[in-house]
Ligand binder design. Structure first.
Ligand code: PLP
Length: 385
């Protein structure tokens, strides 16, 4: 072991501890709809991305098939379940074709790297997901960042050079704030400047739009030619995909290195996602329940004199500011049986540490009321202390 490396590692860890920024994984065991056991205690889980409450659904668990895919998709890892899932997703989203990836992170890294090269330009929202940032970085394209959700800012950054490709890159629903990108205006801008609009709908798919189709319900393939979705969030499985025009997908199938050189997502995950997709379409009450819970959460927070998030999606952040205050509130909530993780920098900007509450179809109104009561008590106590 290198002494210098040892020193670097120890210094980094010490700094993380000193700044209340050290993280550790906790063993979380699902024990029922919306319930998880953590540190020996059963809590209402208000921080999963299992928005439709499908991850524990017996209909997903009943799906069988080979556990692993055994190879990358271009070799022998592409199973009938994968093909069926791709067709079902394309049909749901109104896209020509869909290409599966092992994960959302690898989909973004692989697609952006394949689409853009040195000399090209990626114009990115300041709050984009880490995988979009890394994909742009890997591609070698010049990165321009516009202020969050600021279309004029994006327009000011867009430079058109002959031969160069420009892409507008954004999350649809921002994962730490829950707000929705101005997609209509971005699509108009992209069209007028011959730029590619690239949208990551990880948190909209299954939750937003008619038929739960996410932002694809409102924005056709002409508006959003590159649409990323994940199977591990609202669909309760694992893996991800890109949906778009046939030729572009054909190109990515041949050029996206994270798809070509990585073992395909497990067939059991594809089977589970296929079942989940079906359930999401035929059980709209799951999406409606989330909407009811959002209204209930907002009313309860207002009644308790607490700040009400602007978000109209399943992601409901309570911004507390300092890392220590977010950690303390999260610990207080866990002591009262509510699991809500503290989100700290670098995941969110400095000074905006927060509790990220996620509402799912598995929650009840009384659980949300209980959460708000516990939160009000915790914040009151810390003010008095
Ligand atoms: C979760 C997430 C990803 C990564 O997806 P995984 O399948 O978990 O790798 C990508 N983009 C966004 C916006 C996400 O929230």
């Amino acid at each position: 072991m290198s002494g210098r490396l040892n020193h670097r590692v120890r210094e980094a860890l010490t700094a993380l501890h000193q700044r209340d920024r050290h993280r550790r994984r906790r063993v979380i065991e699902p024990v029922g709809p919306g319930l998880s056991r953590v540190d020996g205690q059963v809590c209402v889980n208000f921080c999963s991305n299992d928005y439709l409450g499908l991850a524990q659904d017996p209909r997903l668990q009943a799906t069988c098939g080979a556990a692993g895919s055994g190879a990358s998709a271009l070799v022998t890892g592409y199973s009938p379940a994968h093909a069926e899932l791709e067709a079902a997703l394309a049909n749901w989203l109104g896209r020509d074709r869909v290409l599966l990836f092992p994960s959302g992170f690898s989909a973004n890294v692989g697609c952006l790297d394949a689409l853009l090269r040195r000399g090209d330009q990626a114009v990115c929202d300041a709050l984009n997901h880490a995988s979009l940032i890394d994909g742009v970085r890997l591609s070698g394209a010049t990165k321009a960042i516009y202020p969050h959700a600021d279309v004029q800012g994006a327009e000011a950054q867009l430079k058109t050079a002959p031969e160069a490709v420009s892409a507008l890159v954004t999350d649809s629903v921002f994962s730490m704030d829950g707000d929705v990108a101005p997609l209509e205006a971005l699509a108009t801008l992209a069209r007028s400047r011959d730029a590619l609009l690239y949208v990551d709908d990880a948190h909209g798919l299954g939750v937003l739009g008619d038929d739960g189709a996410g932002v694809a319900a409102q924005h056709g393939q002409d508006s959003i030619p590159m649409l990323i979705g994940t199977l591990g969030k609202s669909l309760g499985a694992a893996g991800a995909f890109v949906a778009g025009p046939a030729e572009l997908i054909d190109y990515l199938e041949n050029r996206a290195r994270t798809q070509i050189y990585s073992t395909a997502c497990p067939p059991v995950a594809a089977q589970a996602a296929l079942s989940a997709l079906h359930i999401a379409r035929v059980e709209p009450w799951r999406r409606e329940r989330i909407r009811e819970l959002i209204t209930h959460l907002h009313q309860s927070l207002a009644a308790a004199g607490l700040p009400v998030p602007q978000s109209q999606t399943a992601i409901q952040p309570i911004v507390l500011g300092t890392d220590a205050s977010a950690l303390r509130a999260s610990q207080d909530l866990q002591a009262r049986g509510y699991l809500v993780t503290a989100i700290r920098p670098p995941t969110v900007p400095e000074g905006s540490a927060r509790l990220r509450i996620t509402l799912t179809a598995a929650h009840s109104k009384s659980q949300v009321s209980g959460l708000v009561e516990a939160l009000a008590d915790s914040l009151l106590e810390s003010r008095v202390a």
